[in-house]
Design a protein around this ligand. Structure first.
Ligand code: ARG
Length: 270
């Protein structure tokens, strides 16, 4: 019996030592942000209503749902918000290289990305659609109808995998900027563009004469549905803060209001 207690005792000592180690290898992710008084958020402002540029009083500004949420997170930390706009494919390395503190870019938590960064709880759910030129509104019904057609998708996104895995006979056109792809679709240089439903809806409501959502059904696997905030894996305290802010905004209904607010801003400044 004595021996057993001794054994348990030494296990506890080892446990305490380990716990000590993990706190001494301090996670000062929150403190660092508070010391510099600024939260730096990386985004890719080609994704209305999540993030998009507007010109207000002669100044270019990046606004949207992700920016409203970023502001709430910054407020909860008691710091200012700085937005860094980069192309989507480089966001994860910007985070890993400490150029930004968080990514809010309509980014879904794929298993592949989870190897590189940590994700918060989800703050939006999406599915994928095929946006087409208005003149082709009723032209395509299944993915097979897109054989030989040029179908665009933003580079390094879940849309790129969907084009390549689900629209097999098509010719994928992969580019880093989504706004340019949408422009090409509007000019008839592309036959289709894979985008998430809110993005597609936004193009159709903003430019009803230019775009339409096709009848083609795409499958959005579970892994591609949930939009989250990305943090560095080591920044556990910051992640916890982000999660509690999202929970708070979800419970109060504010998150839903913020999405509508972003859509209103988009309609006003289009
Ligand atoms: N949700 C998709 C993904 O995570 C696309 C996100 C693109 N975001 C952007 N800001 N352009 O792969």
């Amino acid at each position: 019996m004595k021996k057993l207690f001794g054994f348990i005792g030494s296990l506890m000592v080892v446990g305490l030592l380990l716990a000590g180690c993990s706190t001494s290898k301090a996670d000062n992710s929150v403190k660092k942000i508070q010391d510099k008084k600024t939260l730096i958020v990386g985004t890719s402002a080609d994704y209305a209503p999540f993030e998009f540029p507007i010109v207000k009083n002669g100044h270019k500004e990046i606004v949207g749902y992700d920016i409203l949420l970023s502001k709430k997170i910054a407020d909860s930390l008691g710091v200012k918000l700085k937005i860094v706009n980069t192309e989507f494919p480089s966001l994860i390395s910007e985070l890993q290289d400490n150029k930004v503190d968080l990514i809010l870019a309509g980014m879904v938590s794929t298993p592949q990305r989870k190897k590189a960064v940590a994700f918060s709880k989800s703050y939006y759910t999406v599915k994928n659609q095929l946006l087409v030129n208005r003149k082709d509104a009723n032209k395509y019904h299944t993915t097979a109808d897109l054989k030989g057609k040029s179908v665009g998708a933003q580079q390094s996104t879940t849309q790129e995998s969907i084009v390549k895995s689900q629209i097999k006979g098509s010719q994928p056109v992969i580019e880093s900027n989504l706004t340019s792809l949408a422009t090409e679709l509007g000019q008839g240089k592309l036959d289709g563009l894979v985008v998430e439903n809110e993005i597609a809806d936004n193009y159709v409501t903003t430019y009803p004469k230019k775009y339409a959502i096709s009848n083609v059904t795409l499958n959005t696997p579970k892994n591609f549905r949930y939009i989250n905030v990305a943090t560095r894996k080591s920044d556990k305290k910051l992640l916890k803060k982000v999660n509690s802010e999202i929970t708070k905004l979800q419970k109060s209904g504010e998150l839903t209001k913020m999405f509508k607010q972003a859509q209103t801003i988009q309609a006003k400044y289009k």
